[in-house]
Design a binder for this molecule. Structure first.
Ligand code: 1DF
Ligand code: MN
Length: 359
C-alpha cells in the first residue's frame, strides 16, 4: 500500500508493528504561506513590539540551519510529505493547529481576517485527508466577539473540534474577563480550547531572553503554565464549569506543583494578601483534574507521563508529538515499550483524545 493511501485512516506501519490502538497526535502544527509572509513583513519593518516574537520568528524565518529550514518547509506542507512523515512515525491522525503565535500578534482586523482564511485553508486540507487530519479553529482574541463567532463557524461549518489559543495576545492573558466570550462559546459548543505556548510576553521575558531560554526549552512553559494558573485563580472555571482546556508539555509543569498550589492558594486567599484574589469553589488541583486535560507534546518520557497519570488520572493525559518542531519518528515505538499496560496505552494514544475532541 502506498504511504499516501488515506482511506483506511491509519498510518502505514512497518510490518508486524501495528498496535491494538490508533495513535492520535494532539498538538501538531501547521502554517499558511500568507501568515508567514506577514511575519516576515513585521520583522523586516520592525512594526512588532514583542521581543519573544522577534526572537522566535527572527530565528525560524532567517536561519539556514537544517532545523529551521525543515520546520518552515513542513509547517506549510499539508500534502503527501506530511502524510509520509506521519506514516514513518506511526501516527494515524494529527490534530492540527495554526502555529504559535498564530494570529495573536496582528492588529484586530488583520487577526480576524487571517483566522478566517487560515481556517478555510485548514478545512480544505482536512477534506482532502479526512481520516488523517483533524482541525482546530484559529481565533483572534483581539476581538473576542468575532473570535466566538469564528469558533462557532469552525465547529458548525468546517467540522473543527475546538479552538487553538497561543497563550498571551501581545501581553494580555485570558484571565481578563474581557476575553470570556471565547470561553462562553467553547463551553456552549462543548469543545475544548487548546492553550498552546507562546514566547513569554514582553513583561516576562527579559532574563530568559538574555540567557537564550525564552523559547521551547523553558520560556514557553513559564508563560503558558503561569497563564493556565492565572485562568484557574481568576475563577473562570467557576463561571464556566464545563469549560475544557487542553495544555501541552505535560501540563506546563503544573502537575508537579499541585500540592504547593493548593496550599499556597488557600493561604494567600485566607490571609487576604491581595484583595483581587477571590476564594474559589474548589481547590486549584480540582480544576486541574476536572477542567484540564494535558498532552505530552515534546515530553516523550515515561516517568513524567506516569506521574501525571497518577496525579491527574488515566483519562486526563493524551499523546502529542509536536510535529514538526519535535519530529522524532522513533518515539512512538520507544514509548510503547514503557511499563504502561495495553489498556492504558489505548487511553493515552487514542480514546482520551477521541473523548476530549469528540472524534
Ligand atoms: C517550538 C516548539 C515552536 C513548539 C513552536 O511553535 C512550538 C520550538 C512556534 O521548538 O521553537 O509549538 N512546541 O510546542 O514545543
Ligand atoms: Mn507546539
Amino acid at each position: 500500500m502506498a504511504s499516501s493511501e488515506t482511506n483506511s485512516g491509519r498510518a502505514t506501519p512497518p510490518a508486524g508493528s501495528r498496535p491494538d490502538h490508533l495513535r492520535i497526535a494532539t498538538e501538531e502544527a501547521w502554517a499558511t504561506r500568507d501568515m508567514l509572509n506577514l511575519y516576515r513583513q513585521m520583522l523586516a519593518q520592525g512594526t512588532i513590539d514583542d521581543p519573544g516574537f522577534k526572537s522566535l520568528w527572527g530565528f525560524y524565518l532567517s536561519s539556514p540551519s537544517p532545523r529551521a529550514t525543515f520546520i518552515i518547509d513542513r509547517l506549510q506542507e499539508m500534502g503527501a510529505p506530511r502524510i509520509q512523515d506521519m506514516d514513518a512515525s506511526g501516527i494515524d491522525k494529527q490534530i492540527l493547529m495554526l502555529t504559535s503565535p498564530g494570529v495573536q500578534v496582528f492588529d484586530a482586523p488583520t487577526a480576524v481576517a487571517v483566522a478566517k482564511s487560515s481556517n478555510d485553508e485548514l478545512a480544505d486540507a482536512v477534506r482532502k485527508y479526512p481520516t488523517r487530519y483533524v482541525g482546530m479553529a484559529a481565533v483572534a482574541p483581539q476581538n473576542p466577539q468575532e473570535a466566538a463567532k469564528e469558533l462557532e463557524r469552525g465547529v458548525h461549518q468546517l467540522g473543527f473540534k475546538g479552538a487553538i489559543l497561543n497563550s498571551h495576545t501581545l501581553g494580555e492573558y485570558l484571565d481578563d474577563p474581557k476575553f470570556w466570550d471565547i470561553f462562553a462559546a467553547a463551553e456552549a459548543l462543548d469543545v475544548p480550547i487548546y492553550l498552546h505556548p507562546n514566547s513569554p510576553s514582553k513583561g516576562l521575558i527579559e532574563p530568559l531572553l538574555a540567557r537564550g531560554l525564552d523559547g521551547a526549552i523553558y520560556g514557553f512553559g513559564v508563560d503558558t503554565g503561569m497563564h493556565l494558573l492565572a485562568i484557574i485563580t481568576s475563577g473562570a472555571f467557576d463561571r464556566f464549569p464545563k469549560l475544557k482546556i487542553v495544555v501541552g508539555h505535560l501540563g506546563e509543569a503544573l502537575p508537579f506543583w499541585l500540592f504547593r498550589l493548593d496550599y499556597m492558594h488557600r493561604a494567600t486567599v485566607s490571609s487576604k494578601r491581595y484583595d483581587f484574589m477571590k476564594p474559589l469553589k474548589k481547590k486549584v488541583s480540582d480544576y486541574m483534574r476536572e477542567n484540564v486535560f494535558i498532552t505530552n507534546s515534546g515530553m516523550a518520557w515515561a516517568p513524567a507521563i506516569m506521574f501525571c497519570q497518577q496525579v491527574l488520572g488515566m483519562d486526563r493525559v493524551l499523546y502529542a508529538m509536536d510535529y514538526p518542531y519535535q519530529y522524532a519518528p522513533e518515539e512512538v515505538q520507544e514509548m510503547e515499550n514503557s511499563p504502561l499496560s495495553v489498556a492504558d496505552q489505548k487511553k493515552f494514544y487514542q480514546t482520551n483524545a477521541e473523548q476530549v475532541f469528540k472524534l
